[in-house]
Design a protein around this ligand. Sequence first.
Ligand SMILES: Nc1nc2c(c(=O)[nH]1)N[C@H]1C(S)=C(S)[C@@H](COP(=O)(O)O)O[C@H]1N2
Ligand SMILES: [Mo]
Length: 197
Amino acid sequence: MYFGKERKNLDSRVPPDQNVTTGFPVLHHGNVPYYSDMSKWSLKIFGAVEESIIFSYEEFMNLPQYEYTNDIHCVTGWSKLDNVWKGISVKELLKHISILEEAKYVILHAEEGWTTNLPLEDFMKETSLLAHSHNGEILTPEHGFPLRAVIPHLYFWKSAKWVRGIEFSAVDKPGFWEKNGYHMYGDPWRSQRFEWD
Ligand SMILES: Nc1nc2c(c(=O)[nH]1)N[C@H]1C(S)=C(S)[C@@H](COP(=O)(O)O)O[C@H]1N2
Ligand SMILES: [Mo]
């Protein structure tokens, strides 16, 4: 519970029609992947790039690490404040990639063919992270182990769990929820929940 002044500060951090939770709900479509052999994991960068790259788990985890604290907002109405995420910043990753001029969108590819789309500009934001830890603990399988996107300024469905591919694209390609009526952009501060919002 938050009272008085704290409550007031809180209001400016919680978008319309959201409720703050102290728990950490698990939400996704499909099955949770369980990895026993990380040598079978890879992250593929492809599409509108000069050259596709495939990172092994070890290579990827050796990129410089960053930590960010932020709030997340799920389209179903819960917000969770002060999450500490640790991982590789997109900014850092992009130093290894030559993106073609034509690229305007990013499609995040997760296990089981699940995808979500966002503008390149949003993906490249300072706060965008490819996280392996939350609040000091390695992600649990349910929350996206070994790697999830964290794009805190958009509804949390854009933060793909179990990321295996990052595609750069000249055209926007609706992902799983976007094909099912959810908003192509998903700004929680403008309540962009559904395609007609
Ligand atoms: N791969 C994948 N990532 C996903 C989803 C999904 O169905 N598959 N659901 C999204 C949705 S709707 C939400 S709210 C968050 C939930 O993350 P959490 O389970 O860690 O709270 O994951 C997002 N990332
Ligand atoms: Mo969600």
